[in-house]
Design a protein around this ligand. Sequence first.
Ligand code: AMP
Ligand code: GLY
Length: 423
Amino acid sequence: MNVLVIGGGGREHTLCWKIKQSKDCDELYAAPGNAGTALCATNLPIGVNDFEGIKKATLTRHIKMVIVGPEDPLVNGIHDFFLNDPELSSVAVIGPQKEAATLEGSKAYAKAFMMRHNIPTAAYAEFTSETVREGEAFLEQSKAPYVLKADGLAAGKGVLIIDDLATAKRELREMLLESKFGAASNKVVIEEFLAGIELSCFVLTDGSSYLTLPMAKDYKRIGEGDTGLNTGGMGAISPVPFLTDEFREKIETQIVKPTIEGLKKDNLPYKGFVFIGLIKVGNEPKVIEYNVRMGDPETEVVIPRIKNDFLAILQAVDEGRLDEIDLEIDPSVAATVVAVSGGYPEAYEKEKRITGLDEQKDKMIFHAGTKQEGDDIKTSGGRVLAVTSFGKDYQEAVEASYKIISKINFERINYRKDIGFDL
Ligand code: AMP
Ligand code: GLY
């Protein structure tokens, strides 16, 4: 079958790399893709939210399955767009429909879902411009640090964790009254602060049964020792070394099962990935957030550990027979290290020539912000490459990735030297 992967980051390169290995994959396309997806797929210059452009490509290229990488097109209803179009309705779309995608598109919606289905999460309250004074009063009664979340999608920047009350109140007013995050902060969720170690849980569901994929831990801060600004992710490790069988069981029974059951009870059709951001508080798992897609860079460690034919799994998702699949997971540890442009996540320069890739074609070097220009591969984004390696433990895996990355260069390349430092 012909397959289209929507998106153009490290997650999408990894998905293309894996799907290309499937026996049922004929032509593979990526839209818009990057210089990495071009190694295993045909890139189509179509934006992720250009539904008409995606429709045209789907029809002319006889695409039978569309895998949606990022959240934006899902929240904008790409799955519904396919279902509602007679020419497209038979095409398999991996990714939830618009209503269920609201689990990522609205923090308040996700919180209400968790409350309704008794899924452990931080206590919260929500406020709008009309209830700004109540919001300030709520902060006065709360304990620091204060967690303020823009309700809508804010490109990963909408969560503020603030130590002092006056700043928290000012930020709340700016979010609600001055549209600090645009329409995304028309509503604000204020949450109890949870202290603990975070991990990412990935679930693939056909709406009825589900598979829990390998869990992972990502490193979001730019600086070593988890300091500095938040980024899209500087590295990841899978499996998570501190995860005991007992804790895994708690995640399964208290969080994963009730989430999938909740989708069913709420009549929310869901064929796709659920990414549950968790925090381990004491010995209890709590949900920090839902995402309706795979994580990036977690995909770069989770997907390589799956031994099955991945397209066969996705076909089972589409056909509602995921219960027939036995997941086979590589017991080795996978680690990925992300190389970023100097200055990222603040202003950075692009168009830097990348060297050291040709000599290491056999390695798992997943491209994120790259583009082909003539014979050169150049940087085109903040996160540039994610280098994944396997090891018998995370130290060995991380070391192997550092060895590969040390042979790659572009002007002002930056990467964290301490992935896994906290384990
Ligand atoms: P989110 O976009 O909801 O994943 O939040 C971004 C990051 O903020 C998370 O990965 C956590 O590190 C942090 N965070 C979110 N909510 C809380 C909370 N209630 N307590 C502590 N940290 C939080
Ligand atoms: N690595 C976090 C995310 O994909 O949102």
